[in-house]
Design a protein around this ligand. Structure first.
Ligand code: MG
Length: 117
């Protein structure tokens, strides 16, 4: 279980999750938002995000792609948040729990320091 993060306000994530839920509800799309369909949508949108950078080079200025990148990042996040809502997963708690496992699995050289400081 993820440890408590005192002082962190997750209200914005919850508000966004509720906005996305209402968006689906008023359009009667909830029956389409199954875990399988939303997972497929995450993968499809991640593919669209990857396609934006598919042929870019390390030296390339990505500024002209910024709007398209933001659009696809938003699509991925929207479907991840809808999936979390449908599954009853707290996305911030899930990230905290995963990062705790990652910090143990991949210790920083010289030891872990708070927030990478
Ligand atoms: Mg897209």
């Amino acid at each position: 279980m993820a440890r408590e993060r005192p002082g962190r306000d997750s209200a914005e994530i919850h508000e966004l999750t509720e906005r996305l839920r209402r968006f689906a509800q008023v359009r009667s799309w909830e029956h389409l938002h199954t875990a399988k369909n939303l997972t497929t949508a995450v993968a499809a949108e991640a593919g669209e995000l990857a396609a934006v950078l598919q042929w870019s080079t390390p030296e390339q200025d990505l500024a002209p792609m910024r709007e398209e990148l933001e659009d696809e990042i938003a699509d991925v996040l929207i479907y991840v948040l809808r999936l979390c809502d449908v599954l009853g997963v707290d996305p911030l708690a899930a990230v905290d729990a995963k990062m705790e496992r990652n910090e143990l699995r991949f210790p920083a050289p010289g030891g872990n320091t708070p927030e990478g400081g």
